[in-house]
Each structure stands twice: as C-alpha cells, then as structure tokens.
Design a protein around this ligand. Structure first.
Ligand code: FNR
Length: 189
C-alpha cells in the first residue's frame, strides 16, 4: 500500500529550520509514503462566523486534510507553546462542530529549534490539542531536534550519522503507525 501524508510546517518564516527538517524527513522516509505540504499561511484568523460558509482557502485547506491518510506536524516552539498560525490552522480544521477533519487521523509530531529545549514544550502543547481533536497520535518515539546549519546544510541532507538514523527510524515508525491505525480505521485517499 502507498500512504498519502499531508504535512504542516508550523512556521511562516521564509528561512524556517523546521522546513529544512521537513526536507530531511521526506528524503529519509519509507518509499511508500507520498508527501504533500498543507499550507497554513493564507488562512484568515478563524471565527465561528465562518462556520455557515467557509471561505475558499479554508475549504481547500480542509480538502487537503481529507485527501491525506495521515498528518505530520513539524513545528517550532513559540513562547513555550505552538505558533499562533498553527493553532489557527488546527482550529479551522476542527470546525464546524461535527466536521472535525482530524477525527481518528493518524498523526505524528516533531520539531526543531536552535535552543536546548528543542520544542519539547511546544510538542506537549500540540499533543494536548490533537488529543482533544481525537487524532490518533504516534506517542513514541518522541523527536526533539536541535537545529544547526552544520547538521542540516540544505536539500534534506543530514551530516551526522546518528541523527540521520534516528530520523529514518522515526519515519519508519510513523509508517507502521499509519498502517496500524488504517487497519482498524480505513480512510479513503
Ligand atoms: C522563538 N524561539 C523559541 N525557541 C524555543 O526553543 N522555545 C521558545 O519558546 C521560543 N519562542 C520563540 C518565540 C518567537 C515569537 C520566536 C520568533 C522564536 C526561537 C525559535 O526556536 C527559532 O526562531 C526557530 O528558528 C523557529 O523555527 P523556524 O521558524 O525557523 O522553523
């Protein structure tokens, strides 16, 4: 089987280190995973006023989630939590009430920062949100990545062998997680 994986980059930065990490993850992932970025940049700030008629960019955003069989979150930590843009996107996906796009969806969480906390608190915060959204989270392995330009020189290259092996194993485990969840909760894609 092939699996369609949508991924969210939690950062809107044009020089995002998490985008660098995403390129490495895609390069090291099992060959039967296909990736599509689900952009969050153009979503307005969510309001329940939109529930009656979602704007086209929000409809396209939710459609992208629905055609994905799994979602990977790659996010920085902002002030010990997740960036507002990512929370906003999740809020859009979760609504209108009864049409939560994350319901039973296999997910994984990973993040990179230049600091020593390595997005641990952002990931805990994101996991709490995804729990409420009833996503099926991969809980292990956890992955807290410390970015440096030496480690990630670009184009998905990882210069350190043990980091490369760890990221490869993380994506292999995610593939197994997706397969396990879809066995009991099939998803059209
Ligand atoms: C940060 N940064 C940061 N880092 C961290 O480890 N913990 C934190 O709580 C924060 N808080 C924070 C808030 C705001 C508003 C900014 C702009 C930055 C630093 C952050 O990890 C660094 O900017 C990364 O490069 C962000 O990831 P991207 O955007 O490069 O993917």
């Amino acid at each position: 089987a092939r699996y369609q994986v949508g991924y969210f980059i939690g950062s809107l930065s044009s020089t995002s280190v998490n985008r660098e990490l995403s390129q490495a993850l895609i390069r090291l992932a099992p060959g039967d995973l296909d990736f599509e970025e689900i952009p969050i940049r153009d979503l307005p700030l969510y309001s329940p006023d939109y529930d009656a008629a979602y704007p086209p960019e929000a409809v396209a955003f939710k459609d992208a989630i629905h055609r994905s069989q799994a979602i990977l979150f790659i996010t920085p930590e902002y002030n010990r939590s997740i960036p507002g843009a990512l929370k906003n996107a999740i809020d859009w996906a979760s609504r209108p009430w009864g049409q939560n796009a994350f319901d039973h969806v296999p997910t994984a969480v990973i993040g990179a920062s230049i600091g020593d906390i390595r997005t641990a608190l952002a990931q805990q915060s994101l996991r709490a949100v995804l729990s409420f959204c009833n996503a099926r989270q991969m809980t292990a392995p956890e992955a807290y990545i410390k970015y440096s330009p030496e480690l990630f020189p670009g184009d998905g290259v990882v210069t350190d062998k043990s980091t490369e092996e760890f990221l490869t194993a993380f994506m292999a485990e995610f593939r197994e997680h997706i397969a396990r969840v879809l066995t009991v909760l099939p998803r059209g894609a």
